[in-house]
Design a binder for this molecule. Structure first.
Ligand code: ATP
Length: 672
């Protein structure tokens, strides 16, 4: 019998050679004969450069990670190697097929119960770029029992270092269902900490780009995350899957119409983020339309054409009723008026053509009417006025906001101008809404919204208009909502997003947090998100959970000692603390001569410790976590529920172990 591992290594070597040949073919392309001019040539050569980049053989990522042997009755009994990209030989026959291709799907979905025509599923293990192991499942062999994959388990238990990696070799069936769901529908994924929501969302983008490349290249895709450090943490996943074109942004980036320099108190922020504000803004924008009271008189040559006020009013009314964007209606108004004038001309026996209509539309008298009746609206100025002028706000918020709510959003000291105003994040969202009332926001083809539970209704609307003609993947965990306006139900959130028909899926298997740690953190669930089921950890290693009481004066030193102990393990270390305690701990680390990073900075072999303010911990993970003073994390939030949720997030960042140090009593909800 030939050695199967040697054979597989030979296939790997041959695939590498084939990939090199594919790259050389592209490099050797001579585009001089096919490009008519230098613009074409520049575009083509940029595309070629991209293609060469996409064909690079990444030495640390294996070219294939799995193999499927179909039964003789299916796919002509062929064998397929599954990898991150397609590789073919000189004859065009596949050496490696893309994981997203339909023939690859059974690699993720087939099981003993449902073998999907697969005779053999083989998983490969690698050390660096070297193929070192394989593992077989004979799915159609009734004699073979179901077994758990050691390679899969090893991947899950792998100590974490640095930024997030792709999970393409080990996507689980329930995750794969979400990854491969169609482009036309929107999906919402509820899942506890570490269930792979972010991973699934990113792989879904990669899948959609593969399945609908042209359409999405035209319309664009976007991944939205809560903050810079989170986006930095995930930014390498899609490039590793060969997708270099996906944009990333925070909601703040999307609505950056003004510079945000101010902060709202929670009451004001809640009102500003409420969906009722959309109606207030709609009324305020439309209030600029003033029905005409004077007739229009257009002088052309020796003749004067008169349009009575009631007829102008009818035109205006009709545009208002059609509910098109304010700006679009404003653009249409001159032609509508000109058309009415033309009708008069025809009635008088003239035969004006389109050019006459255009000329009338440009007539100064018509322009003056448009300016008076339908003036241009500047979105930022409009919001400035709403938040500064009590009467203007009261007029448009009538029946929508109470007097207290209006008071809460009004500036105590109104700013003089858009530039000098201390705009808050919520104000920027209001301006975005107003901007969309004036002019339609272009929609992308697909948007992934991560940590969605923290968005306000107005923020959902801002994201929703960026995928109004496309679809969305919404990812979140209701138990991790830490804003005063955090989502209470996905149905409501999806309605604000404009995707009420999105399917809500749930992920329950936890790939990050060890069993003992998730059990500890889940004690908080009934107190902050009753009804949500705890995550079921699929990790086998029990992980370590240590709770260390200290005296207050010893706490910083003990925290430093715990960090030192954690640094003895391989992998990344996160020291998580209430935001207010970060300076004290930074000082203690400095005194002890320990170097540390801020969230989003890349861990290296030399610096593996990150000091994480609790407010930035969401979505991140570290191999070992040292958690400082849980009570301070809870107290750092305006209310207890939010505090407990913040603590829940902090407790669920660890992959291999968690050490909790406290001087103050632990929050009682953590008691067994
Ligand atoms: N199928 C899988 N195979 C291997 N690892 C996985 C799989 N699914 C998820 N993981 C790993 O589990 C960890 C958690 O995944 P991810 O960050 O996507 O979870 P999440 O649900 O977004 O968590 P959070 O709610 O904390 O933001 C990551 O390290 C990810 O790579």
């Amino acid at each position: 019998m030939p050695d199967p591992l040697a054979q597989e290594r030979a296939h790997l070597a041959a695939s590498r050679t084939a990939l090199r040949a594919m790259r050389e073919d592209v490099q050797a392309l001579d585009i001089r004969d096919v490009t008519a001019n230098w613009v074409n040539a520049a575009v083509l050569s940029a595309q070629i450069d991209e293609r060469i980049k996409a064909l690079a053989d990444l030495s640390h990522t294996p070219l294939f990670f799995g193999r499927l042997d179909y039964l003789p009755t299916a796919q002509e009994g062929q064998t397929f190697y599954i990898g991150r990209r397609h590789v073919h030989d000189a004859d065009g026959d596949p050496m490696v097929v893309d994981w997203r291709a339909p023939v690859s799907q059974p690699f993720y979905r087939a099981s003993k119960k449902d073998p999907r025509d697969v005779a053999l599923r083989r998983r490969f293990g690698y050390t660096g770029g070297e193929l070192t192991a394989y593992e077989d499942e004979h799915l159609s062999d009734p004699a073979e029992g179901e077994r758990t994959s050691r390679l899969l388990q090893a991947e899950i238990e792998r100590p974490r270092v640095g930024p997030m990696r792709d999970i393409v070799a080990t996507i689980q069936p329930e995750q794969d269902e979400i990854v491969r769901s169609g482009l036309s529908g929107s999906v919402c994924v509820q899942g506890g900490p570490g269930t792979g929501k972010t991973a699934v969302g990113l792989h879904r983008v990669a899948y959609l780009l593969y399945a609908h490349r042209e359409r999405l290249a035209r319309t664009g895709t976007l991944v939205i995350g809560p903050n810079r450090s989170f986006l930095h943490y995930i930014e390498q996943v899609l490039p590793a899957l060969g997708e270099l074109e996906v944009k990333q942004a925070t909601v703040g980036d999307l609505v950056a119409h003004v510079e945000v320099r101010g902060e709202d108190d929670p009451t004001a922020a809640v009102v500003k983020g409420d969906a009722r504000m959309a109606e207030v803004l709609r009324r305020a924008v439309r209030s600029h339309v003033t029905p005409p009271t004077e007739p229009l008189v257009v002088v052309r040559g020796s003749r004067r054409w008169r349009l009575p006020a009631y007829e102008l009013e009818e035109i205006v009314r009709e545009l208002l009723d059609r509910d098109i964007r304010y700006g679009a209606a404003r653009d249409a108004l001159p032609q509508r008026i000109a058309h009415a004038v033309l009708v008069r001309m025809e009635q008088a026996g003239e035969a004006p053509d389109d050019r006459v209509q255009d000329a009338v539309a440009r007539n100064p008298a018509v322009k003056a009417v448009v300016k008076a009746v339908w003036p241009a609206v500047d979105p930022a100025k409009l919001v400035l006025r709403l938040l500064s002028d009590p009467d203007f706000l009261a007029e448009h918020a009538a029946g929508l906001l109470t007097e207290e709510e209006r008071k809460a959003v009004l500036w105590a000291k109104p700013p003089r101008s858009v530039r000098s105003a201390k705009w808050s994040a919520a104000d920027a969202v209001l301006i975005d809404e107003a901007a969309d009332l004036v002019e339609r926001t272009p929609s992308l083809g697909h948007v992934v919204l991560d940590e969605a539970q923290d968005l306000s209704p107005m923020q959902y609307r801002a994201v929703g208009r960026r995928c109004s003609t496309g679809s969305a993947t919404v990812l979140g965990d209701l138990a991790q909502g830490t804003t005063p306006w955090a989502t209470a139900s996905w149905a409501e959130a999806l309605a604000h997003l404009g995707k009420p028909d999105a399917v809500v899926e749930e992920l329950t298997a936890g790939f990050r947090v060890p069993r003992e740690v998730i059990a500890y953190a889940s004690r908080l669930l009934p107190h902050m998100s009753p009804g949500l089921a705890p995550v079921r950890s699929v990790r086998e290693s029990p992980g370590s959970l240590e709770i260390v009481p200290c005296r207050a004066e010893d706490l910083p030193a003990s925290v430093v000692a715990a960090c030192r102990a954690a640094l003895r393990h391989e992998g990344s270390i996160g020291l998580i603390a209430a935001d207010a305690r970060v300076p004290v701990l930074a000082e203690a680390l400095r005194e002890a001569g320990l170097v540390w990073l801020s969230p989003g900075e890349e861990t290296t072999a030399e610096s593996r410790l990150t000091l994480v303010p609790a407010s930035l911990a969401k979505g991140l993970e570290y191999d070992y976590v040292v958690l400082d003073e849980p009570a301070a994390v809870v107290d750092g939030e305006p209310d207890e529920r939010t505090g407990l949720r913040r603590l829940y997030v902090a407790l669920t960042r660890a992959v291999s172990g968690l050490t909790v140090l406290h001087a103050a009593p632990l929050p009682p909800q953590l008691a067994a």
